[in-house]
Design a protein around this ligand. Structure first.
Ligand SMILES: O=C(Cc1cc(-c2ccc3c(-c4nc5ccccc5[nH]4)n[nH]c3c2)n[nH]1)Nc1cccc(F)c1
Length: 279
């Protein structure tokens, strides 16, 4: 209730999230620094799916506590606006770092994927499917740790829903783009596919199924039609190939992602010796 009483000093805009703008903010009493997101109720058509989606996002994100998931500390509203008190991520948007560096070295990509696997395990244990894992939805903390920041498409599993998706197709798994089939049934294994796409994009600098025209992207996804450049290490290739598998049941479980030789090699002290020992 601290925030309700205190007032915020608003700093510079941090970015235009969906629905609203996010500002650097400091809570006067405590000097607590946060990211304050302002959503205009007028922009959330009453009774529309959007209002329900915002409510669900608040519900989901308020109950999550994990170092690699951006915290939603609280929310409040006035007659016109809804305010979200979000964790401030000191190093901003991950995709900007990716675009600037073009691609990440294997040790950095492996550490990010290990953190994502840890966050996804936490979400799946709470029966939350994220469904929208992509660089644009990841922020970076002051120590370089990454934080999943957007739960706009997350749902409680299992869900039979016709997801009207917008934005990039690149990260969608085959079972979510397979149109026509009445039951768009899928489960948390959709996040394993997206983790594979993320691994590829971190290492190669572009998405594995990217095509100029969406129908071509869809076709390549449906066939898991990708080529991994030969300069990617064989351990990294192995992990990507075990996540970008058409049958959701055959995708590598998160527990095995965290113990994969590529992850061990880069994330555990002496991990490379451990991997050599398995040779
Ligand atoms: O909309 C979001 C996700 C979201 C988070 C953010 C966001 C954007 C930027 C930042 C930053 C940040 N740190 C920076 C450092 C340097 C440069 C830019 C930076 N942005 N920290 N925390 C943030 C949080 N925008 N949108 N959540 C949400 C939750 C409940 C309901 C709802 F409608 C939305």
């Amino acid at each position: 209730k601290l925030f309700h009483l205190g007032m915020f000093e608003i700093g510079r805009p941090l970015g235009k999230g969906k629905f609203g703008r996010v500002y650097l903010a400091r809570e006067r009493n405590s000097n607590f620094i946060c990211a304050l997101k302002v959503l205009y109720k007028s922009e959330l058509q009453h009774g529309s799916g959007v209002e329900k989606q915002v409510r669900r996002e608040i519900e989901i994100q308020s109950n999550l506590r994990h170092p690699n998931i951006l915290k939603l500390y609280g929310h409040f509203h006035d007659s016109k606006r809804i305010f979200l008190i979000l964790e401030f991520a000191g190093k901003g948007e991950l995709y900007k770092h990716l675009r600037k560096e073009n691609r990440f070295p294997e040790w950095k990509a492996a550490q990010y994927i290990a953190q994502m696997a840890s966050a996804l395990r936490y979400l799946h244990r709470k029966h939350v499917i994220h469904r929208d894992i992509k660089p644009e939805n990841i922020l970076m903390g002051i120590h370089g740790e990454i934080k999943i920041s957007d739960f706009g498409w997350s749902v409680h599993a299992p869900k039979n829903r016709r997801a009207t998706l917008c934005g990039t197709l690149d990260y969608l798994p085959p079972e979510m783009i397979r149109s026509g089939s009445k039951d768009n049934y899928y489960n948390e294994k959709v996040d394993l596919w997206s983790l594979g796409v993320l691994t590829y994009e971190f290492l190669v600098g572009e998405a594995p199924f990217y095509e100029e025209h969406a129908p071509l992207t869809q076709r390549r996804i449906a066939r898991a039609d990708m080529t991994i450049p030969e300069w990617v290490s064989k351990e990294a290739k192995d992990l990507i190939r075990k996540l970008l598998v058409l049958d959701p049941e055959d995708r590598l479980p998160l527990e095995e992602v965290q113990t994969h030789p590529w992850i061990i090699k880069h994330c555990v002290k002496g991990g490379d010796r451990a991997v050599k020992a398995t040779k």
